[in-house]
Design a protein around this ligand. Structure first.
Ligand code: DGY
Length: 331
């Protein structure tokens, strides 16, 4: 008998077709919003789950779903997984790295440009019919080329942004990360490691690309914003919760920093109401990896992880590697 899997969210039809060749698939093509208790209910008897960053795989869910062997995330981030609880329950987690690196770096750079050059603000002004004549200082923003680009979190996506800044825009790139990159990677990115306080104080444009963890909660709050230049911009394409959104909205209103570009939010899809009322912020709905081909590649990789693990015994991009390889046998 084919193993049973739940595809918890709507997905490309060809991905469902591929999964159906190997599994009994329960899908959610209407993209119904399931509360945690409903997700547990839907997960009963499932050996695998295809998830996105929105489905929380908690200790409670794991205790209630003893048949579960693998959750495959269609996302590089996996802060929706309680990985320790998954390891304790013998459930493998996988994510979808690499396939989205360049697309997400492109978007990070697009958000940086839009924020520095005040794209949203000026478009809203035009659409509202306020444009009556040219003016010397109208929507004069911050220079991008030749400025100092700061990157907090220098993994694959951070490196992609560094390369775009250094090679494309002649930026002086500095970064902060727990560990220094090796010399060859630093040279390829033309990036220099600095302390967090130097990063905050020296960046003209600061991009956040670090993974979310409890330790990373509110990495950027009142104190950090106060250390930044009043002309600086801040871009968050990492995860909601890394920035204290209420503190950021206040800082934007008070001119503590010049502008921000945000693709992720604390408690999304809700957005802090104060962010909606400040004009010097560009807001997008968590779309950094959203191109047709990249979203397809992410979905394919999540599906391939389910097939690789449940059918062939070894996942492609495992997160909790200490789990033994499995076979198709149902526990
Ligand atoms: C990711 O891949 O982590 C993106 O944020 C989409 O969830």
């Amino acid at each position: 008998m084919k193993p049973s899997i739940l595809v918890a969210r709507a997905v490309f039809p060809e991905v469902l077709d591929k999964l159906a060749q190997h599994f009994q698939v329960t899908s959610n093509q209407n993209d119904e919003l399931w509360m945690p208790a409903q997700l547990i209910e839907k997960m009963q008897g499932m050996q695998g789950a295809f998830t996105t960053g929105s489905e929380r795989i908690s200790a409670e869910l794991l205790a209630a779903c003893p048949d579960l062997k693998i959750c495959a995330n269609m996302a590089v981030g996996f802060n929706n997984f309680d990985l320790d609880a998954m390891s304790a329950a013998g459930v493998l987690g996988t994510n979808s790295p690499d396939v989205l690196t360049d697309t997400t770096a492109d978007f990070g750079f697009a958000l940086l440009l839009a924020t520095a050059r005040r794209l949203s603000e000026s478009e809203h002004f035009l659409r509202a019919g306020h444009w009556s004549r040219w003016r010397y200082d109208m929507f004069a923003g911050a220079e991008v080329h030749g400025s100092t680009l700061g990157i907090l979190g220098m993994g694959r996506i951070g490196q992609g942004i560094a390369k775009r800044g250094a090679h494309g825009f002649g930026m002086n790139v500095i970064y902060h990360n727990r560990s220094h990159l090796d010399a060859a990677t630093e040279a390829a990115c033309r990036a220099r490691w600095v302390s967090k306080s130097e990063l905050l104080a020296s960046s003209d444009h600061l991009v956040l690309v670090l993974p979310y963890s409890a330790q990373a909660h509110h990495t950027i709050g009142v104190a950090e914003l106060a250390q930044m230049k009043c002309t600086a911009t801040l871009v968050n394409i990492a995860r909601g919760g890394i920035v204290d959104d209420a503190a950021l909205a206040a800082a934007l209103r008070q001119g503590v920093i010049a502008a921000a570009g945000l693709d992720v939010f604390e408690g999304e899809p809700a957005v802090h109401p104060d962010l909606l009322t400040v004009s010097n912020v560009v807001l997008t709905p968590h779309i950094a990896s959203a191109t047709q081909s990249t979203r397809r590649a992410m979905a394919q990789l999540a599906a391939d992880n389910l097939i690789a693990y449940l059918v062939h015994g070894k996942a492609l991009t495992p997160l909790n590697c200490k789990l033994p390889a499995t076979t198709a046998s149902i526990k």
